[in-house]
Ligand binder design. Structure first.
Ligand SMILES: C[S@@+](CC[C@H](N)C(=O)[O-])C[C@H]1O[C@@H](n2cnc3c(N)ncnc32)[C@H](O)[C@@H]1O
Length: 254
């Protein structure tokens, strides 16, 4: 995995970084972006191309993602920054995971690649009292942060293990999960079939970092394309790609 940018609450939203003060027509929905007092407003256009009054702003859309972050979020973020860990999940992805988890309150969730526990915190914040989350990472230094802030939650099982070994053992036990967030090589670029076999019917498979990033090494784009092609071939999955945040693919097993 590679360093991510514009990851956290407090950063300027990605849309502002990319769009800056440029006027940018969005042809698909006949909207245009205009910077107004530091915010990018969306103006509907009428048939003659004249803008009418704004009805939404990109920042107000992004603000929904930071509504009541998990209680441990601020402390986790401070420790994450102190460690210099730059692969942490974006807040938008965290908010998506929390929403998905909240729709399955008793879900058994699996996260491959705990990092310092930011996405774990979002998932736990969505799950109900009888839900559970197993999260796996091979880096003790990172896991110590997750354990410090989330370790008291009885719904959470933090494993220090290689992701490939965890997956092979889980397949051997015929484990089933209702939501899998594959945020490392294991379960995404490696052992994809094994990981998908762990999905319960109706289970969700979530991956991010699917949109091109400046720091991708040579050849990584081709791996992303191959992964998406493999997912597209799976007849038991109902897929959608979200061209949003760092790029998310969401799949449900029928
Ligand atoms: C993108 S980061 C995960 C970010 C995390 N999900 C979050 O919410 O911030 C990828 C993680 O995968 C872990 N990792 C890399 N190789 C691994 C492996 N073979 N087994 C388990 N974890 C691994 C890294 O230590 C790193 O923490």
């Amino acid at each position: 995995m590679f360093p991510r940018r514009a990851r956290f609450i407090g950063n300027r939203p990605r849309t502002q970084l990319i769009a800056g003060g440029r006027r940018l027509a969005l042809s698909s929905c006949l909207l245009c972006e205009l910077p107004t007092q530091g915010r990018i407003h969306l103006y509907p256009r009428n048939a003659s191309g004249v803008e009418s009054q704004p009805y939404a702003t990109k920042t107000s859309m992004q603000d929904l993602n930071i509504t009541r972050p998990p209680s441990a979020y601020a402390a986790l973020l401070a420790d994450t920054r102190a460690l210099g860990f730059d692969m942490a999940s974006e807040v938008a992805v965290g908010a998506l995971l929390r929403t998905l988890a909240a729709s399955k309150p008793t879900a058994r969730c699996l996260e491959l690649g705990t990092g310092t526990g930011l996405a774990s915190a979002w998932l736990l914040d969505g799950l109900g009292l009888h839900g559970s989350l197993v999260t796996v990472d091979n880096d003790d230094r990172l896991l110590a942060v997750a354990r410090r802030h989330l370790g008291g939650d009885p719904r959470l099982d933090i494993r220090r293990q290689d992701g490939d070994i965890f997956l092979r053992e889980a397949v051997g036990r015929a484990d089933r999960f209702d939501l899998i967030f594959a945020d490392t090589w294991s379960g995404k670029y490696r052992l994809l079939d094994e990981t998908l076999s762990l999905l319960a019917p109706g289970g969700l498979y979530v991956i991010d970092d699917m949109l091109p990033q400046a720091n991708w090494p040579e050849g990584h784009g081709a791996k992303v394309e191959t992964l998406m092609a493999k997912l597209a071939q799976r007849t038991e999955l109902r897929l959608c790609s979200l061209d949003w945040s760092c790029g998310v693919v969401l799949a449900a097993r029928v």
